[in-house]
Write a protein that binds this ligand. Structure first.
Ligand SMILES: [Zn+2]
Length: 243
């Protein structure tokens, strides 16, 4: 099986060079000669159905991408061990001077679903990693609606955690960097963008902007706990009353 799979991959590699590459040869040459100058750091879930290039219409040299399980952002302080996502944030902001950071979650996210399920005891890294989204889980029985809300809440939680990075916070305050929270609904082909002013996600077809816009006004009042407050308040669950 491994052999067959390798062969398929090898075929794709050859195809890339003979069919795709020639059309973009000059562009790649330019990117080598002048270096890369992407304007956007895209933090997305690893899910195979999320295709950043298709969503944004971006080509080579336009997106600096870091993907992980759940599109999560580790805290800027108190890091233990190796943190690829934190390193990518620092590099994108300090070295590449990106002007936008997108955090992109999506519908039917296995990582968010896993918050409501038992994990294999062998998945020790996954267990601690998902801790970065634990707060987004709702004290309710898992339903499709609860999952969609959890996915969106997780995006907002990561935006707030991004603000804990000094170089991010400083540039947001200076109006040089903009944070965008996205929730991609796979089955509709539509991204819902987080509107920080109204504390909710709005379909891109109806939104006036591509994300939170300036985050500055909300620095002193994190809004994570405000979203879904009405939803939670209306729940009969005894846990909901505690929130
Ligand atoms: Zn996912």
């Amino acid at each position: 099986m491994g052999q067959r799979m390798d062969d398929a991959l090898l075929q794709r590699l050859r195809q890339f060079q003979t069919e795709y590459f020639p059309r973009y040869r000059e562009q790649f040459k330019n990117l080598v000669h002048h270096g890369q100058h992407p304007t956007t750091l895209f933090i997305g879930c690893s899910d195979s159905r999320l295709v950043p290039y298709l969503l944004t219409g971006a080509g080579p040299g336009e997106l600096f991408i870091v993907r992980n399980v759940g599109a999560l952002v580790p805290p800027a302080d108190g890091l233990h061990g190796f943190h690829g996502t934190a390193a990518a944030i620092e590099f994108a902001v300090l070295n590449l001077n990106v002007q936008h950071i997108v955090v992109c979650g999506h519908s039917h996210c296995g990582a968010m679903k896993a918050l409501y399920e038992e994990l294999s005891p062998e998945a020790t890294h996954l267990h601690s990693w998902l801790g970065l989204a634990r707060e987004a889980a709702l004290p309710v029985r898992m339903t499709e609606e609860a999952l969609r809300r959890t996915e969106q809440r997780a995006v907002v939680l990561q935006l707030e955690r991004l603000m804990g990075y000094p170089m991010v916070r400083r540039r947001v305050e200076q109006g040089r960097l903009f944070l965008h929270g996205w929730h991609y609904v796979i089955e509709d082909g539509e991204v819902h963008v987080f509107d920080v002013h109204h504390g909710r996600f709005v379909p891109a077809s109806e939104s006036a902007h591509s994300g939170t816009g300036p985050y500055k006004e909300f620095i002193e009042q994190p809004i994570f706990n405000e979203i879904d407050a009405a939803y939670l308040g209306a729940l009969p669950s005894p846990h909901a009353a505690d929130r």
